[in-house]
Design a protein around this ligand. Structure first.
Ligand code: NDP
Length: 343
């Protein structure tokens, strides 16, 4: 029986995960039954939220199980079909295991069009991170022309889209990121008005200078002291979509900071947490808008693609060191049949 590699959760991490938390296991390539397809993994997404799933804590999504495959967003090629809906060579997206081959029920995957855009974009700007940016900013942030929008994690998959949509909406946009290269990218390539390197500057002082009229929307991706600084500069009726808090994901102790209640009261601000799945019934709207902006050139994107199945854990861990510019993706294999004109 043909074999493949799979990556399982070996044990739950305390603090920053290491190689010891991942187990490479050889397993049999499964066979599809009626209504199923056999898929070859082409591109695989690593995302910060996966750190939360490595713990056993109750959350909006079930934890990964020890000695079971880790899973997430995957772009794959149909290499054997026992479904009327798919044929060999179709390229699909699904929530699949960290493994070279998967069997999926046809109802759990959907086709992507390799002609329309590089297929990897469905893991980034046109996929979950793009939708997260779109709904968090527009539905909770409600940016208005002329307002100041600040986004942290600004050069990453979500943050880079947030800032660009805020520019489309006519806002002044300030991004916070972890290197001069990233600041250069968000200002000179993405068109943000200002960028702050939080590793080399006093974030509060730099934000104050960059936001002379205060902050109307703070799109929170990182939490910690960066969030504290932004919340100190809120305008009346400011909005804070709380998307992520990556600075605390690997902390062993609870991450305590300044209490925000008085600041929220004084500015009559709205601070609202969300997960992108809250907007599942509006994904079509979000995908259409993102696709349109991309086609029109109003939206651009970057991907950091590492190649090789064995590099998946490194790519994941790199998210917590800021190794990625734009969306972090792993290229696992070339397709057997499918033609990917953009890749
Ligand atoms: P990114 O592409 O932004 O990658 C993570 C980035 O976080 C790194 O590149 C790094 O950039 C930054 N980072 C890492 N550690 C720290 C730290 N200690 N302090 C500040 N910044 C840090 O990831 P995503 O765009 O996929 O996700 C961004 C955020 O959005 C995450 O918090 C994630 O959990 C959240 N998210 C939430 C969703 C939801 O439904 N609510 C859905 C998707 C994502 P740098 O070099 O700038 O430090």
């Amino acid at each position: 029986m043909a074999k493949q590699q799979q990556i399982q959760l070996a044990k739950r991490p305390e603090g920053m995960p290491t190689d010891e938390n991942f187990n490479f296991v050889e397993t049999a390539i499964p066979s599809p039954e009626k209504g199923e397809v056999l898929l070859k993994t082409l591109y695989l997404s690593v995302d910060p939220y996966m750190r939360g799933r490595m713990t056993s804590a109750k959350s909006y999504i079930a934890p990964f199980q020890i000695d079971e495959a880790i899973n997430g967003g995957v772009i794959a090629e149909v290499i054997e079909s026992k479904s009327d809906s798919f044929k060999e060579g179709d390229v699909v997206i699904g929530h699949l295991g960290w493994q070279e081959y998967s069997v999926a029920a046809d109802k759990d995957i959907r086709k992507v069009d390799p002609e329309a855009a590089p297929v990897s974009t469905h893991l980034g700007v046109l996929g979950m991170p793009g939708l997260t940016a779109y709904f968090g900013l527009l539905d909770i942030g409600q940016p208005k022309e002329g307002e100041t929008v600040v986004v942290s994690g600004a050069a990453g998959a979500v943050g880079s889209v947030v800032g660009q949509i805020a520019k489309i909406k006519g806002c002044r946009v300030v991004g916070i990121a972890g290197s001069d290269e990233k600041v250069d990218y968000i200002t000179n390539t993405l068109g943000f008005d200002e960028g702050i390197n939080y590793k080399t500057s006093n974030v509060y002082k730099s934000l104050k200078e960059a936001c002379p009229d205060g902050i109307d929307v703070y799109y929170e991706n990182v939490g910690g002291e960066i969030g504290d600084a932004a919340i100190s500069l809120l305008n009346k009726f400011a909005r804070i979509p709380v998307c992520g808090a990556i600075s605390s994901y690997n902390k062993k102790e609870q991450d305590l900071g300044p209490r925000v209640q008085t600041k929220l009261i004084k500015s009559s601000a709205l601070m609202k947490g969300f997960v992108v799945a809250d907007y599942a019934d509006r994904y079509q709207e979000g995908a259409e808008s993102l696709g349109k902006w991309l086609k029109e050139g109003q939206l651009t994107y970057e991907e950091t693609i590492v190649e090789g199945f064995n590099r998946i854990p490194d790519a994941f861990l790199g998210l917590f060191e800021g190794k990625n510019l734009g969306k972090q993706i792993v290229k696992v294999a070339d397709p057997d049949i499918a033609v990917l004109p953009h890749n």
